[in-house]
Design a protein around this ligand. Sequence first.
Ligand code: 6PG
Length: 228
Amino acid sequence: MGDPQQIRRWHAYATPDTLIEAAAADIMQNADAAVGKTGSFRIVLAGGNTPKALYRKLRHMNAKWDAWEIYFGDERCLPPDHPERNSSMALDAWLSHVPIPMSRIHVIPAELGPEAGASSYARILKDAGKFDLVLLGLGEDGHTASLFPGKKWGDRDAFPVFDAPKPPSERISMSASRLGFADGVFFLVSGESKRQAVTDWRSGKPIPASGIIPSSGIDIFIESFLIE
Ligand code: 6PG
């Protein structure tokens, strides 16, 4: 994969803080627009350190939280409440501090193991429709969600991952096409370690991040030194 038709809008910021601030403001704008239009805002969350800084910011913002519906792009197969789970991180940094009803927070049941957890989440995704916004990080090797280079990027909406190079090796991920079924996709990219992946991406190499192809294009919030 790595379709040349991916429309990329690069938004460069001098520091991680200004990047996070801008992404948070744009998320709130998207949320207001979606809630005004449909009465709800369906957002998919990412794991990782850059998203975590964003979640800490969102926690202090004003929103019509009871209209938000939360999904996860990927999850690590660890016991429920394990601190290394993407859902635990998001709950701890943000979700448990705002009044989003728990019934609207759709955690991937990764404690069931890759196969059973993926099948269970695929059933939830069936009713989810098109997402309003998908948040994604970028790994040093160009991975996004749990779509890794040289591996399958998903033939089912949610699929099991068994040999991920980023621990833990067992994971569950939404497929590239399910992640791209959204009105907006924001990538959050910061840190020197992402330089090679960004260079590959910009030069058209088929890294996993280039396989997310929503028709409206993607917005990449990135530290400016990575694209200078
Ligand atoms: C995870 C993620 C993963 C992450 C990237 C970027 O399970 O960690 O979902 O895809 O978003 O690896 O993470 P960083 O922002 O920590 O580099």
